[in-house]
Design a protein around this ligand. Structure first.
Ligand SMILES: CC(=O)SCCNC(=O)CCNC(=O)[C@H](O)C(C)(C)COP(=O)(O)OP(=O)(O)OC[C@H]1O[C@@H](n2cnc3c(N)ncnc32)[C@H](O)[C@@H]1OP(=O)(O)O
Length: 204
């Protein structure tokens, strides 16, 4: 039984994925007392989460990577278990690892021997090619494409429609702007944009 945390647009898409894959949703937590998420039950504020029902599997349905990490730390302290949501129209190759709490949206392709960390978002129609290594709390935006053997550090955000050529490393906590074309390694905690993507500022 899945429990969602958050009730925004990202959460709505995850509800659709869970419905399409036949998973039951017990309800959702959100800090706004008037929050609505389809016909699901609001279970309380995020600070009210407990591990009283060990059959629950939590998915943090919030797009911001840092917020997701903070809540994941809270869930870990409580001993809560995480669920995953993988759209039935996603294609997952052999020897692919998908970490707990991660969501994979419709029309994604994750190819042979790629590994995806925990609490990642592999957004609509993103592709991750063979042997890529994606650490925890990464967001690959819709239509982002990673060639083979790319590494993405923890908490980085790859913008919508970006491409990363083979064997390049994007550091931790970095952002690649929408439509960026990454052909060189990108350091930790930076924002890079354009074609070819160049660092324009720090992301600390
Ligand atoms: C389902 C969903 O909705 S998933 C969400 C998907 N969303 C995304 O992928 C958003 C990605 N975000 C971006 O591309 C943003 O523009 C960012 C993060 C790169 C930069 O945002 P900010 O930090 O607010 O920077 P800001 O808008 O001030 O831009 C700084 C400079 O970079 C330029 N710039 C910003 N984004 C880009 C871009 N994607 N490509 C090229 N140049 C860019 C701006 O024109 C500006 O240039 P200037 O200084 O010459 O005027």
């Amino acid at each position: 039984m899945i429990v969602l945390i958050g009730a925004g647009g990202h959460a709505k898409v995850i509800v659709d994925i869970l419905k399409a894959s036949g998973k039951q949703i017990a309800g959702f937590y959100d800090d706004h007392p008037q929050a609505k998420l389809e016909d699901l039950t609001l279970l309380g504020k995020i600070e009210d989460i407990t591990n009283d029902q060990p059959e629950y599997r939590f998915i943090i349905a919030i797009g911001n990577n840092e917020v997701r990490k903070k809540i994941a730390d809270q869930l870990e302290r409580l001993g809560c278990k995480n669920g995953t949501a993988i759209h039935p129209a996603a294609i997952i190759g052999s020897d692919v690892e998908v970490g707990e709490g991660t969501v994979v949206m419709a029309n994604c392709v994750i190819n042979h021997s790629a590994s995806i960390g925990a609490h990642c978002i592999i957004n609509t129609a993103a592709t991750v090619d063979h042997d890529c290594k994606i650490k925890d709390f990464v967001h690959l935006s819709p239509g982002a494409h990673l060639a083979g053997n790319v590494s993405i550090g923890s908490g980085s955000h790859i913008g919508i429609g970006s491409s990363v050529i083979q064997s390049v490393k994007v550091g931790a906590g970095s952002v690649i702007g929408a439509g960026g074309v990454v052909i060189n390694n990108i350091p930790d905690h930076t924002v890079a944009v354009g074609c070819p993507a160049k660092v324009i500022k720090s992301n600390k």
